[in-house]
Write a protein that binds this ligand. Structure first.
Ligand SMILES: [Zn+2]
Length: 232
């Protein structure tokens, strides 16, 4: 009985406190003062686009979670020289919208997209050609590639924490092991490539035989472009 009396007294004491303001002493004893909480800065506003949004979509503006790792913005690429002044990934809006659907489907599987190259300005294609004037590895700038139209993307898959899935070869590996049709890889490599390709093709992209990472978007129908993005 004594237990129940103690319980009810405690319970009603607790209830009666609900509407009473906390004494100032309790607030001051709190380890983080309210002043400190109020000083948390507002998130920085997103800068307005510095490019023609009717012509281009910047991928990490559309898809904030996407990983951008452009090899041509470093010297870790097959020409061993930095080709882009900074790493910004653009596609034509139709292609970017299709990529958003791929990204959404991959996120549902706990995966993410890592962009290795996207729109490549034709002046950059010229510089690549000047270094490696070999049609087996570089499309001549006069002809131009789908990358120069903003209608091709090179990409791979990562897990939820950004580790790349095993695709069997590095990006820009020139050899038959990089061919999508090369079957002499472990089953998990074949499965990873198949998942990437089938999901990309489901949303209108087209893969090629010789590079597991390359996909073009025929529907974009855009012309070759010389536009180069800023790096402010
Ligand atoms: Zn490509």
């Amino acid at each position: 009985m004594r237990f129940f009396i103690t319980f009810f007294v405690s319970f009603f004491t607790l209830l009666s406190c609900q509407n009473e303001p906390l004494p100032t002493a309790s607030l001051n004893a709190f380890p983080v003062s309210l002043d400190t909480v109020q000083e948390i800065p507002e998130p920085l506003p997103v800068a307005p686009p510095d490019y023609d949004t009717l012509q281009w979509t910047e991928l990490d503006r559309l898809l904030p979670d996407i990983i951008i790792d452009l090899k041509y913005a470093t010297d870790s690429n097959f020409v061993g020289e930095q080709m882009y002044a900074c790493a910004r990934a653009f596609l034509r809006p139709e292609a970017a919208a299709a990529l958003a659907k791929v990204q959404s489907e991959m996120k549902q599987k706990g995966l993410n997209l890592k962009i290795l190259d996207a729109y490549r300005p034709r002046p950059v294609q010229q510089r690549l050609w000047d270094k490696v004037p070999d049609r087996r590895y570089v499309t001549p700038p006069a002809k131009g590639s789908m990358h120069n139209r903003g209608a091709a993307v090179d990409l791979t898959l990562t897990d939820a924490v950004g580790h790349e899935l095993d695709m069997g070869t590095a990006y820009d590996f020139f050899g038959k092991e990089a061919w999508y049709t090369y079957r002499d890889h472990p089953q998990d490599v074949l499965d990873n490539r198949k998942l990437l390709r089938e999901t990309m093709e489901k949303y209108g992209f087209r893969g090629i035989r010789t590079e597991w990472w390359h996909f073009s978007f025929p529907g974009a129908g855009a012309g070759l472009s010389d536009w180069e993005w800023g790096c402010e």
